[in-house]
Design a protein around this ligand. Structure first.
Ligand SMILES: [Zn+2]
Length: 189
């Protein structure tokens, strides 16, 4: 059975229900490139999902001339490079992971750094992260150090959310941090 047999695909294929043929442009345009539009819409199957749509009706790659195909590839490369530039600042990691030394499970989200949970609608992800942040910063879980001259505090930054309060900018302050090479993106929960 051909993949074009369903009425929905037939209508797209013939142009009857094709946004390019009917409206001249697709829905949810984010950017216009040389021969394509970059689109994204809230109805997309996943938040952040985007789609590159050719400006003219074509069904298969071989419907394009060599020049059109080359221009399409250039647009695809531009989008891929732009996405790479954006996503290179992000890392995926488990929400819950296992401490490599203690073996205990750790909630690994941080209100300052965690953006969203992959595969979850954005509003549900925001709600869940808010709940997790509220839980992990309950007063009974918070230790606040009142610094005295000569104090040395050591803690495991992997299993401990940590932050500092503002301090007098005229005071001298030296901070040293020791980081290990452990990579959370390779951890398994
Ligand atoms: Zn069309």
């Amino acid at each position: 059975m051909s993949k074009w047999n369903s009425p929905e695909w037939e209508a797209l294929y013939s142009g009857d229900a094709c946004p390019i043929c009917c409206e001249g442009r697709p829905l949810g345009i984010v950017a216009e490139l040389n021969v394509t539009y970059l689109t994204s819409s809230p109805e997309s199957p996943m938040w952040g999902y985007c789609c590159l749509v050719l400006k003219r009706h074509a069904v298969e790659l071989y419907d394009l001339s060599a020049d059109e195909a080359s221009a399409l590839m250039k647009d695809m490369r531009r989008v891929a490079e732009a996405l790479q530039a954006i996503t290179s600042h992000y890392r995926r990691h488990p929400v819950i992971l296992r401490h490599p030394d203690s073996g205990r499970e750790i909630l690994y989200v941080n209100p300052g750094i965690t953006k969203y949970i992959i595969g979850m609608p954005r509003d549900e992800s925001d709600d869940l992260l808010k709940q997790l942040h509220t839980h992990s910063t309950r007063p009974s879980y918070v230790y606040s150090h009142d610094w005295q001259l000569g104090d040395l505090v050591m803690f495991d930054t992997l299993g401990t959310l940590h932050r500092r309060e503002a301090w007098d900018p005229t005071e001298r302050r030296v901070m040293r941090q020791l980081s290990t090479l452990w990579d959370p993106s390779e951890a398994t929960a």
